[in-house]
Write a protein that binds this ligand. Structure first.
Ligand SMILES: [Fe+2]
Ligand SMILES: [Fe+2]
Length: 470
């Protein structure tokens, strides 16, 4: 078991004290990070005492320590999962050779790009969510938002450590750039489109943590397979934190469904207008939010046919999530059938890995839907929530810009444009959801559009004062 040294200025379990140059470089970056947190992090809650979880060691048990913390005092640091003795490369053309403890020169710029792209999403999501605290549906939810935010901040630290420790001067420059780009900024936006979408209501927040943090899970899983061992160890530990973010999304949407069903039963109707008038989110509107965030997150996996993903796999940089579950780890012989607007194409499996990842991601997304649909079924209503087709509303890849409906059927452009407001939130839908967003901060109280959670955090009651506002 490897515990984290909190006595140092930068908490870590990588023996930072033995590398003075690296330590100085990171100590130079640290005030820039704190400045970013204060200006771009959660607005107006920096003085509040938040009941947060902090990692104290990286083993599966006991890594979580709970207590009241003011967010700027959160102990962000560098925590890598313990090394696996004798770890070898698990896929690609160099399979079976020892994993790399340093970056091979020929893969340096590609690895840096992968790390920067992952790193960029972490502070981006904090920026997207920075105003949500003002409309929190409960103190329990407010605490969960802040837990997600501080952990995304730590994920940034995780990537910055790699840049500083393994990529020299250009790594340090990239680390500064990670604080210079901002979500939605006209001049210096974040790298990926989804991370420039504003998140201005809590329904979007739950969808984001359900769909977009789950993309994060799949990216981290594939990087955890990397031959570059420090990247693998970093991502393995990040995954333990990421699980909570998806919990927030899945239970958040589940609680919205639960409350809506209560209202539908009380009223004895499914009529969306009457459900809305009673102050709950009607199920067709929830479906539109699912369509929006799912389709936006599907783009994050990249093009169906990709020579980059082929090279990254062949070179051992990025594997498939749960690589060990597959039989063939080299993929030089296999092909995959891909549906494109021009018809079915046989593509070398190596070039279709983004699609392989997207498909396993969608299977993971189905789990929550099954659960929510069971709730609806038990309440006696015929409505069912669905995931949109992976061809719907794509901006990247073979289906980019194609007029396809959420069931995956090709339409005329005119028909598509006319019907799009039936499939993703319209201005009026967003205005309605915004009208529900009101700050509820009495301990144990919930906004009227969402049911209370089944249980509190760390065995505490739901009524616990999870955030003490100043
Ligand atoms: Fe993250
Ligand atoms: Fe996350």
């Amino acid at each position: 078991m490897s515990s984290i040294n909190y006595a140092e200025k930068i908490p870590n379990n990588v023996n930072l004290v033995s590398d003075r140059t690296l330590q100085r470089a990171l100590e130079h970056w640290q005030p820039h990070f704190l400045e970013w947190w204060k200006t771009m992090g959660p607005s107006d809650f920096q003085a509040a005492d938040v009941y947060l979880r902090t990692a104290i060691s990286v083993d599966a048990q006991g890594w979580a320590h709970y207590g009241a913390v003011k967010m700027p005092d959160y102990r962000w640091g560098i925590f890598l999962a313990d090394p696996l003795p004798g770890r070898t490369i698990g896929f690609g053309d160099q399979m079976g050779e020892p994993a790399w403890q340093q970056v091979p020169g020929e893969y340096r710029s590609t690895l840096r790009r992968l790390i920067v792209t992952q790193g960029d999403t972490e502070p981006a999501s904090v920026e997207q969510q920075r105003l949500l605290g003002h409309t929190c549906p409960s103190l329990y939810d407010l605490r969960n938002l802040f837990q997600v935010n501080v952990e995304e901040g730590r994920h940034l630290w995780a990537m910055v450590y790699l840049l500083h420790a393994y990529f020299g001067r250009d790594g340090r420059e990239e680390a500064e750039e990670l604080l210079a780009r901002h979500s939605g900024d006209a001049d210096k936006p974040r790298i990926l489109t989804t991370f420039n979408e504003p998140i201005s209501d809590w329904l979007s927040f739950y969808c984001f943590t359900y769909f977009t943090d789950r993309d994060g899970k799949y990216q981290l899983k594939s990087l955890a397979e990397s031959a570059f061992d420090p990247l693998s160890r970093t991502c393995r530990f990040m995954l333990t934190e990421e699980a909570h973010h998806m919990f927030v999304g899945e239970t958040g949407i589940g609680r919205v469904v639960k409350r809506t069903l209560e209202v539908m039963k009380e009223l004895g109707t499914e009529d969306p207008a009457r459900v809305r008038a009673a102050g709950a989110v009607d199920l067709p509107t929830l479906q539109k939010y699912l369509n929006f965030w799912c389709s936006s997150s599907l783009d994050l996996f990249g093009s169906e046919i990709s020579s980059n993903s082929a090279a990254n796999f062949a070179h051992g940089l990025k594997g498939r999530p749960d690589e060990s579950q597959y039989e063939d780890h080299v993929l030089r012989e296999k092909t995959m059938a891909l549906l494109t607007p021009e018809g079915e194409q046989q593509v070398p499996m190596l070039n279709a890995l983004n699609e392989v990842m997207r498909e396993s991601y969608l299977r993971d997304c189905e789990i929550g839907l099954k659960r929510w649909n069971r709730q609806i079924e038990r309440a006696g209503f015929p409505f069912r929530l669905t995931l949109p087709s992976s061809r719907f509303r794509r901006s990247i890849g073979a289906w980019a810009g194609q007029p396809v409906d959420p069931q995956g059927t090709m339409l005329s452009k005119k028909e598509y444009e006319k019907r799009l407001p039936d499939w993703i939130p319209s201005e009026a839908d967003r205005a309605f959801v915004h009208s529900l967003q009101q700050k509820v901060v009495a301990p144990g109280k919930m906004a009227a559009w969402i049911a209370p959670p089944e249980r509190g955090i760390n065995n505490l009651p739901v009524e616990y004062e999870y955030v003490k506002l100043q």
